[in-house]
Ligand binder design. Structure first.
Ligand code: ADP
Ligand code: MG
Length: 238
């Protein structure tokens, strides 16, 4: 059974349709990259899976359950954003614990989960610091930690590396994949960067103006592009 299914998902804002029926069955533990130019609908698609936008038509299923009307907190997902959305006045520990406190997870369990995630992310020595006293890479890890402690089946990433310098970006691609494999979670990862998509994806969805032009493994998309758009977009990195 697929962990995550998008079934003919459509989205309109006002009278304008921006997602035109996207479907995919994502397997357990698969790393899917949604790639395409700015404005093609990547974030909108991800935000619908997260429950931050309503779905205009179609169904989203997580673990076999239709979640179209399920609150974000009650979906089996966690999202890592581009700007990290860390709370500047809170320590690393409190940033990572925040969602669990709201979900009324017992204190001892919160401490336990944060400690485990911090260890995985090499943040154990930084739990008392404020985000401003961290490097870009460490902040990015705190954002990941906040997702990990919730123990979701599905991780959603929206351009999580776009604020990092080129060298760190390449390093974090590897780290994110290692972590995802270690946790055994399924991932939907949004980027506008073709190279990032090619190097990280098990399968990629190439989006063109709200349409999934092609879904396939990077080598397949690269060697057998289905449309002129895919050929041009994958063939010529920005
Ligand atoms: P991407 O993440 O690929 O850059 P988005 O999903 O952010 O693209 O946007 C896709 C399209 O939907 C764009 O044309 C954008 O202007 C439009 N859009 C996104 N969010 C809204 C909104 N809240 N209201 C109206 N239009 C929106
Ligand atoms: Mg976006």
């Amino acid at each position: 059974m697929a962990t995550l299914t998008l079934d003919k998902i459509k989205k309109s804002f006002g009278g304008t349709q921006v997602i035109h029926g996207v479907s995919i069955d994502v397997a357990d533990g698969e790393f899917i990259v949604i790639v395409g130019p700015s404005g093609c609908g990547k974030s909108t698609l991800l935000r619908m899976v997260a429950g931050l936008e309503t779905v205009s038509a179609g169904d989203i299923r997580i673990g076999g359950n239709r979640v179209n009307e399920t609150e974000p907190m009650d979906r089996d997902i966690a999202m890592v954003f581009q700007n990290y959305a860390l709370y500047p006045h809170m320590s690393v520990f409190d940033n990572m614990a925040y969602g669990l406190k709201i979900a009324r997870v017992p204190k001892a369990e919160i401490a336990d989960r944060v400690a485990t995630a911090a260890k995985m992310l090499q943040l154990s020595d930084y739990l008392d610091r404020k985000p401003r006293a961290l490097s870009g890479g460490q902040r990015q890890r705190v954002a990941m930690g906040r997702a990990i402690v919730r123990k979701p089946s599905v991780f959603l990433f929206d351009e999580p590396l776009s604020n990092l310098d080129a060298k760190l970006r390449v390093q974090m691609r590897v780290e994110i994949r290692e972590l995802q494999r270690q946790l055994g979670v399924t991932a939907l990862y949004v980027t506008h960067d073709q190279v990032e998509a090619m190097t990280m994806a098990d399968r990629m969805i190439v989006m063109n103006a709200g349409v999934a032009d092609q879904i396939g493994a990077p080598v397949e998309v690269y060697s057998r592009p289905r449309t002129r758009f895919v050929a041009g977009f994958i063939g010529s990195p920005a």
